[in-house]
Design a protein around this ligand. Structure first.
Ligand code: B12
Ligand code: SF4
Ligand code: SF4
Length: 355
């Protein structure tokens, strides 16, 4: 049956599946230490479920195994030098850099539907059994389960990566009440490499396998509400939604897999835009261009806050008066949060470029 399940998963666009046991007791101290240090910042949902996150059978009673799944998201047409292209974009201050995972359709929708199809096929084969599907949607230690089931190992940046597929993949799970044989963990291949720790613009990977979210640009631009701490603004550069740096430098991403699905094909309006074009969007344009995209979740206020920071960095680096004029023009209608970021951005014209 396992071979058939693998074939169905491949048909549905998954790159690899595995089976993990539900005993994650040895991961509990790490989770607790991370929470105790406050590394979750304002992500209250990380703290509120406590150890349930490490106990799948408490989350869904009756769960005996977790079928783990990895889905690559680089588009099929991504060229071999995709990392160089992303770095090139980061080096152009007027361009907007949106994390690659958000260039296409919202992965929550894509993975959820396909995991459910996998569950339906399994049920058709073996009869109705208890199951639940999750992808970044519940208190689940997804990377931990994935690495235990052998669909990759945990990199020092904390993400799952695979020898044949790199780390540019999403994770999802199917909780089942079947005593399936577990699949063996994969060996780790980070060795002495520290490229991700060294490349992080904000030193958010405070130690191997340990990310302080409060310093991470992904957290600051997506999860964090309110003002972006001033100490991180210059380091954000032109990153307006998420950050890929720790993965861009990873040597294993030479082998990053490509998606079998068109869902993750880039939408040019966000994947290849200039900051000023995005700054000109009103709410209707934001909603139109982010329909079905994960970006919509952050809302217009955070989107414009992030853009203001990136424009401040571009103003400092280019001295382009059109940037200052666009910032200035938005001030009268801006609320307190946005005004503070615009004023910071405008003040960057007087700051020598240190980036
Ligand atoms: C919260 C969260 C974040 C936070 C915190 C990240 C983090 N490393 O915890 C923020 C907002 C920063 C974030 C950013 C990103 N995320 Co995120 N995130 C999550 C989420 C919802 C939970 C992760 C979690 O459980 N963190 C809790 C900590 C404790 O877990 P951990 O870091 O894995 O730590 C383990 C060990 O390293 C160790 N440990 C950690 N700290 C310490 C401290 C001590 C003292 C000790 C002893 C041990 C220890 O113990 C832990 C348990 O084993 C998951 C989805 C999910 N439900 O799992 C997605 C998820 C991890 N994210 C994902 C992605 C894609 C990203 C980004 C790449 C997005 C982007 N491009 O901007 C970045 C990458 C940043 C990075 N290097 O981690 C994917 C990763 C896919 C993959 N291939 O691994 C996931 C799995 C979502 C998904 N379903 O696809 N994310
Ligand atoms: S996503 Fe960016 S800021 Fe966050 S840990 Fe990776 S390199 Fe650092
Ligand atoms: S950059 Fe190096 S240390 Fe970081 S995950 Fe990749 S191989 Fe591991």
């Amino acid at each position: 049956m396992w071979t058939r399940l693998q074939a169905w998963a491949a048909e549905l666009g998954f790159s690899q599946i595995g089976v993990a046991d539900v005993d994650l007791a040895s991961a509990e101290p790490g989770l607790l230490a991370w929470l105790a240090a406050g590394c979750h910042g304002e992500m209250a949902y990380m703290a509120s479920h406590g150890l349930k996150r490490a106990r799948p059978a408490e989350l869904v009673p009756g769960t005996l195994r977790v079928i783990t799944a990895r889905m690559d998201y680089l588009p099929a047409a991504a060229p071999a030098d995709w990392q160089a292209i992303a770095f090139d974009r980061l080096a152009q201050p007027r361009q907007a850099s949106v994390s690659l995972y958000a260039h296409g359709r919202d992965y929550h929708k894509v993975l959820r539907q396909r995991l459910q199809k996998l569950a339906d096929r399994l049920q058709a084969e073996i009869g109705p059994r208890g199951h639940r599907v999750f992808t970044d949607s519940a208190p689940v230690l997804e990377v931990e389960l994935a690495q235990r089931s052998g669909i990759g190992w945990r990199g020092k940046h904390t993400l799952l990566l695979a020898r044949e597929g790199g780390s540019m993949s999403f994770l999802g799970e199917l909780f089942v009440d079947l005593p399936l044989p577990v699949t063996a963990p994969a060996s780790a291949h980070c060795g002495q490499c520290t490229a991700c720790l060294d490349a992080c613009p904000t030193q958010a990977i405070v130690a191997p396998y340990r990310v302080d979210a409060r310093r991470c640009i992904s957290y600051l631009t997506i999860e964090h509400d309110g003002p972006i701490p001033v100490e991180f603004r210059a380091a954000m550069g032109n990153r307006i939604y998420g950050c890929d740096d720790c993965q861009l430098v990873c040597p294993w991403n030479k082998y990053a897999g490509r998606s079998a699905l068109a869902d993750f094909d880039p939408r040019p309006a966000v994947a290849a835009a200039e900051l000023l074009a995005l700054w000109a969007w009103d709410e209707a344009a934001f909603l139109r261009h982010t329909e079905g995209s994960a970006i919509r979740r952050i809302g217009l206020a955070r989107w414009r806050r992030n853009l203001a920071v990136a424009l401040g960095n571009a103003w400092r680096q280019t001295g382009d008066a059109a940037i200052a004029a666009a910032l200035q023009a938005a001030l009268p209608a801006a609320d307190a949060l946005l005004s503070e970021h615009i004023n910071w951005a405008l003040a960057q014209g007087a700051v020598p470029d240190q980036v």
